[in-house]
Design a protein around this ligand. Structure first.
Ligand code: HAM
Length: 436
């Protein structure tokens, strides 16, 4: 039975009390991205498994250990998306978006699935806000995307984030670096974990990313990619740094950042917080200049980032960042008796069509219970409707904040509520003006 009332490990619910926070954050993120020209796209929760093995890379932890993969009834191998980039690239290629004016800029908010060991800030179902920009090779695009991530965090009131950047080069400089890593790790092959021994030949950079304490310790002294960058990659990285400085975006170069996904080239970056425990990377991204071609498109430079929404919200809660208040209902209509309950239902429907938020009794409760409820939901106004109000055609609208009451003709309820609201808003304005 417990299985029916307990969510699977590593998943979470957004309860009604918190949904406003989520809506606010998601809306803000997409709105700010729009200022930079990014438009939202929505891609499927599942894709062909091969999409991820080929793009994220079959020697990564994500593909080797963490994907939710199953065979569907048509005998296809299907995987729940572990991230948003691969599906977005698939989508822009499938719909020929890259044949239109470049750059193509896409944003998204989506759920992701990774079979990881759950802990604070690490879930099996989590959510990402991300952007992907296709067609721009220049470091100004890198600076723009990083500036967007920075803007988003600042706008939401997040503080004390560290931006760490690195360059992991292009295939040319990477080949030399990979050889240097192979030589280095080969000398430690007895100590590496089984997975990393397998990575030694095929993709030694992935060893740098291994979470095993022994491998991480060995990786700490491994050769650094920055010493192997070719002239073009070096130039790109230097220009990016100069741009970030001019944009007054603080950063540090961290030569150990390689990112856990295979598609990256040149710039990689992370925004990290040390206020939410060990899973402090709130945002990660970088360039992936080879991916579009690798997936069958024309050679197209690209870059982007994704932000973990659970980590972002955790940090915002920790730092008491401002969230909008939950809206309170404009009116609670409290009917007494069956006839009044029906009349209230009709009045409430009329008022909602006019745009007011109105709640009324749908349970046949006593007036006392209803008033308790109206108080609990913080209704701005309450109107009691009983037999006498129905007979006389007049009722009283009570302002729950001031206790002030006004009588009105029931058929003019919309106007009465509008007037009362205007009066309340004016009084609040005067109050705040007096406080200044
Ligand atoms: P990623 O670093 O794998 O990159 O994930 C991006 C962000 O998603 C992380 O920084 C973290 O905030 C969040 N995240 C990842 N795994 C979990 C998890 N198990 N639980 C909670 N949050 C998590 C990507 O996914 C790339 N697609 C980013 C990108 C876009 N690069 C270029 N474009």
């Amino acid at each position: 039975m417990a299985l029916l009332t307990t969510a699977p490990r590593g998943t979470g619910d957004v309860l009604p009390a918190d949904s406003k926070k989520w809506q606010y954050v998601e809306r803000k993120l997409l709105e700010i991205a729009e200022l930079y020209g990014f438009r939202e796209s929505r891609v499927p929760v599942f894709e062909h498994t091969e999409l991820f093995t080929r793009s994220v890379g079959d020697t990564t932890d994500v593909v080797q250990k963490e994907m939710y993969t199953f065979t569907d009834k048509g005998d296809r191998s299907i995987t729940l998306r572990p991230e948003g980039t691969a599906g977005t690239v698939r989508s822009v290629l499938e719909h020929g978006l890259l044949n239109e004016a470049l750059p193509v800029k896409v944003s998204y908010v989506l759920s992701c699935y990774r079979y990881e060991k759950p802990q604070a800030g690490r879930l099996r179902e989590f959510h990402q806000f991300g952007v992907e920009c296709f067609g721009a090779a220049d470091p100004t695009a890198d600076a723009e995307v990083i500036s967007l991530a920075d803007d988003v965090l600042q706008t939401l009131g997040v503080r004390n984030m560290h931006l760490e950047i690195n360059s992991i080069g292009c295939p040319t400089c990477r080949a030399k670096y990979q050889q240097a890593l192979r030589d280095y790790f080969a000398a430690h092959s007895q100590e590496l974990c089984g997975t990393c021994v397998g990575r030694l030949e095929r993709n030694p950079m992935r060893i740098l990313d291994c979470k095993s304490p022994v491998c991480s310790k060995i990786a700490a002294d491994a050769p650094k990619i920055l010493d192997y960058l070719c002239e073009d990659c070096k130039q790109h990285f230097e220009t990016l740094q100069a741009l970030l400085t001019q944009m007054q975006i603080n950063y540090v170069v961290n030569p150990t950042i390689v990112r856990g996904l295979d598609y990256y080239t040149r710039t990689v970056f992370e925004f990290v917080s040390d206020e939410i425990g060990s899973q402090g990377t709130v945002c990660g991204g970088g360039r992936y200049d080879g991916l579009v071609e690798q997936m069958g498109g024309n050679p197209t430079p690209a870059l982007g980032f994704a932000m973990g929404l659970e980590r972002l919200m955790m940090l915002m809660d920790k730092q008491c960042c401002p969230f909008p208040e939950n809206d309170t209902p404009d009116l609670y209509l409290a009917p007494m008796g069956a006839a009044a309950q029906q009349k209230a239902a009709v009045l409430a429907a009329d008022l909602r069509r006019e745009g007011f938020s109105v709640l009324t009794d749908v349970m046949g409760r006593s007036l006392k219970a209803q008033m308790k409820y109206a108080d609990k939901i913080h209704a701005d106004f309450v109107c009691v409707l009983g037999d006498s109000e129905l007979e006389q055609g007049t009722a009283v609208l009570k302002n729950m904040k001031t206790g002030e009451s006004v009588e009105f003709a029931v058929e003019n309820l919309t106007d009465a509520l509008y007037d009362a609201q205007t009066k309340l808003a004016l009084a609040e304005l005067e109050e705040s003006a007096a406080a200044l």
